[in-house]
Design a protein around this ligand. Structure first.
Ligand code: XMP
Length: 554
């Protein structure tokens, strides 16, 4: 619990700002209500919490803070203080967002933020909200300001701007701007269109009219680091290794003596999640690996040898190939395929889990992009993702979730995996979709077509690895189209499958570009496929970016 001296200190701080005494006092008073104050967890890592107002960059802020070696999580603006109870909060960042502070129903500042007396950095909407809450005024800009701008520092003495050049490029994105600073505040940097590009009140409340978290703000990391260390007083000693240790402690506490199951897919997310849980609770964990017949060549063997033999994790290897192929018979619609695979997975998984007897928890390798995808595309998408990645949660199983990677991006998951000692083979593996090769066989999925595709896929992997471009590509794979084309081999006319190659580069899978692979490599892949896989007589290269294309063909 924050003690009353801290609350009074916060109130005093705000009282300095004069005009706004009444409303902020009300907020403080409201915050005195039990349940509205923060309860810092004494042994938890120091954290700076990002309050999310819906900007597309919100999670990026948390990630940048973690890159500056301070633990950070994102919480929705309307969550109660209990969402922070596992953290030792040292400060807040208020994210940007699409709303305008005066709009009806606009998101507000949670009372615990000011009541905590901790430093606050508002970014764009966050800055306007801070201004509005502390008695300043915000109005729509006459000209909206988006994109590159240059700000000029007018108070280089301010710890936030310490060590920064006098003029720096920033990335602006705002429709509203500040017309009256809250009492006690000063503009400490300006741009041509924003007289208040940076504001500060000298007691730990600051605002930025631009985005420090995006790469275009070249000194953004420096600025955030100043906030974290110089203003919020963080020790900045958090590392991915601390993440691993802290997760193990959290999982141990959460699970206690309970029994845990995990659906292992062979991908990096479930591998890292399972390994963390195994470190925490050892043999209380049982992993279930379902061989659905939609995997790459030698994949099942690899998963079994890695997890059962090398890592000594309890692993159940379920061979369900025929069941999946049987269920997929006659289905050509991509969505029905996905649904069928998801449902079959759940049945198989559920039957096995039931055999295990009493189980209390299920591990999911959910990462932050999955959380976003589920939230932004609604429950149907969430369901698909759940089914395909983790087998879903059968309602009558009533298992509690263990999701240790929920706040991490893929590269952070990879760093945690390295920290846990997982092999590069697993950690840097290209993503592979839950529904597997089924969404790369266009039209009906049959055992014969899967077999053809598996051999093509093997050649693509082999050549891409030999050419040492595997790690540069987000994904490289073959698609078995449902187009047949005429060819000539020797003296014979053939009528074979046309295979498409899909090789993309990406930072995350939200956007992607087709890889400019060397022609020699493409030539080798093509000639090996048509020579080694007799059912295929033509190979084409997909040169579509995402958007407008997707990565998978489905
Ligand atoms: P698209 O085709 O939408 O794919 O551009 C984006 C990324 O997601 C992968 N993908 C999936 N991964 N379960 C997964 O775990 C799925 O159901 C699924 N569908 C697509 C795809 O391989 C690409 O990396």
């Amino acid at each position: 619990m924050v003690d009353q001296t801290e609350v009074s200190a916060a109130a005093d701080r705000i009282r300095i700002s004069g005009d706004n005494e009444v409303s902020t006092y009300l907020e403080i008073a409201e915050a005195r209500e039990p349940g509205q104050l923060l309860t810092p967890a004494p042994n938890a890592p120091e954290a700076v919490v990002v309050i999310d107002y819906g900007s597309q960059y919100s999670m990026l802020i948390a990630r940048r803070i973690r890159e500056a070696n301070v633990y950070s999580e994102l919480v929705p603006w309307n969550a109660g203080p209990e969402a922070l109870s596992h953290l030792r909060v040292k400060g807040f960042v208020l994210s940007g967002g699409p709303a305008s502070v005066y709009a009806p129903g606009a998101p507000t500042l949670p009372p615990y933020v000011l009541a905590s007396g901790l430093p606050v950095l508002g970014i764009c909407y966050g800055m306007q909200l801070l201004t509005h809450s502390l008695g300043g005024r915000v109005a729509p800009s006459s000209s909206r300001e988006y994109g590159h701008a240059v700000i000029t520092v007018s108070d280089p003495e301010n710890p936030l701007l310490d060590g920064l050049p006098a003029a720096l490029p920033v990335w602006m994105s705002h429709g509203d701007r500040i017309i009256d600073l809250p009492p006690g505040f000063r503009a400490i940097a300006h741009s041509e269109n924003s007289p208040v590009a940076v504001m500060a009140n000298g007691t730990g409340y600051l605002g930025l009219q631009f985005h420090p978290e995006v790469v275009h703000t070249t000194e953004g990391d420096h600025l955030l680091r100043n906030f974290l260390t110089r203003i919020a007083g963080c020790a900045a000693d958090w590392t991915p290794a601390s993440f691993v240790e802290e997760s193990i402690t959290t999982i141990t506490e959460q699970v206690g003596g309970g029994r845990v199951i995990c659906a292992l897919s062979g991908g990096v997310d479930s591998a890292v999640a399972a390994t963390l849980v195994h470190r925490a609770v050892g043999d209380q964990l049982t992993c279930i690996f379902v061989d659905n017949g939609l995997l790459r060549a030698e994949e099942a063997e690899r998963v079994v040898s890695t997890f059962r033999e090398h890592m000594a994790i309890n692993l159940i290897h379920l061979e369900a190939r025929e069941r999946f192929i049987g269920e997929l018979g006659g289905i050509t619609d991509p969505e029905r395929k996905r649904r069928t695979i998801g449902e079959t997975f759940i049945h198989v998984f559920e039957e096995e889990a039931a055999r295990l007897g009493e189980v209390d928890f299920i591990v999911q390798g959910t990462t932050y992009p999955d959380v976003i995808e589920s939230a932004s595309t609604g429950s149907a998408a969430a369901k698909i993702k759940t089914h395909h990645n983790v087998g879903g949660l059968p309602p009558d199983m009533r298992l509690s979730l263990v999701e240790p990677l929920r706040n991490l991006f893929k590269d952070e998951v990879r760093r945690a995996g390295k920290e846990l000692g997982l092999a590069d083979e697993i950690v840097y593996r290209q993503p592979f979709p839950g529904p597997g090769l089924a969404i790369r066989v266009i039209g009906e999925v049959t055992a014969q077509k899967l077999n053809v595709l598996r051999r093509c896929d093997w050649i693509v992997m082999d050549e891409v690895k030999r050419a040492a471009v595997y790690y540069e590509l987000w994904q490289a794979f073959a698609v078995l189209t449902d187009t047949r084309t005429v060819g000539v081999q020797g003296d014979f006319r053939t009528y074979g499958f046309c295979v498409a190659l899909r090789c993309v580069t990406a930072e995350d899978a939200m956007t992607a570009d087709w890889a400019r692979l060397p022609y020699d490599l493409l030539a080798r892949i093509s000639s090996r496929i048509v020579n080694e896989v007799p059912e295929v007589n033509r190979v084409v290269y997909d040169i579509t970016s995402k958007p407008p294309g997707t990565i998978e063909w489905e």
